[in-house]
Design a protein around this ligand. Structure first.
Ligand code: FMN
Length: 184
């Protein structure tokens, strides 16, 4: 008798039906940042899809330049970048897999000079003091998340996962230690 029957049964998540309940968690590989990296990432994810995992989540992709983890790390904020992501989604579809893109804004954890945060408090793991987002910039960032999700859909992803933990931007807004703002 098959144990863990539920784990191996399909799951309807509204926008897609997953063939089972296994999820490959988000793990950034840095492939997107190297020459020919999207082609390699496509092969990497397609290999995972072939194992039959129900859902793959990509490594974190930033919604704008300020949110990048490093100076040239992957973001999705324009049409040119959509084309690169299509390589990944096409390869995963070909392998009968489902894939969501993770949107990750690093906030003060970024390793570059354009880092931003709710409050100008430097992270012990970064060399750069973050710029305190203005109210207008906060709303622009919210829009950038939305635009990034729309572009992800255009690129063929089955959905997006929004990274809100592990000390990144959204987490920085939620924690008193990193958010000293008195505004809305
Ligand atoms: C190399 C590497 C890259 C990772 N990149 C991401 C990422 O981009 N986004 C994310 O949410 N978690 C990321 N993680 C965290 C993993 O998704 C996972 O939560 C973490 O490794 C703990 O799970 P484990 O105990 O099974 O390793 C990464 C982990 C590793 C080892």
């Amino acid at each position: 008798m098959l144990k863990f029957k539920k784990l191996f049964s399909p799951l309807d998540i509204g926008v897609a039906v997953l063939q089972n309940r296994f999820v490959m968690g988000s793990m950034h590989t840095n492939l997107e940042e190297i020459e020919g990296g999207f082609e390699r990432a496509a092969v990497y994810y397609a290999e995972r899809a072939k194992t039959g995992v129900g859902l793959i989540i990509t490594g974190g992709i930033s919604p704008n330049i300020q949110g990048c983890v490093g100076p040239h790390s992957a973001k999705l904020s324009n049409r040119e970048e959509v084309e690169k992501h299509r390589l990944i989604t096409a390869a995963v579809k070909e392998a009968d897999g489902k894939i969501c893109m993770q949107i990750l804004h690093s906030g003060r954890y970024g390793y570059h000079k354009d880092v931003v945060a709710p409050s100008p408090i430097q992270s012990p793991i970064s060399f750069f003091k973050p710029h305190e987002l203005t109210d207008e910039e906060v709303w622009k960032t919210v829009d950038d998340f939305g635009q990034c999700a729309r572009l992800a859909r255009e690129a063929g992803y089955d959905g997006v996962e929004i990274m809100g933990s592990e000390g990144y931007l959204i987490n920085q807004f939620l924690a008193e230690r990193t958010n000293k703002r008195q505004d809305d």
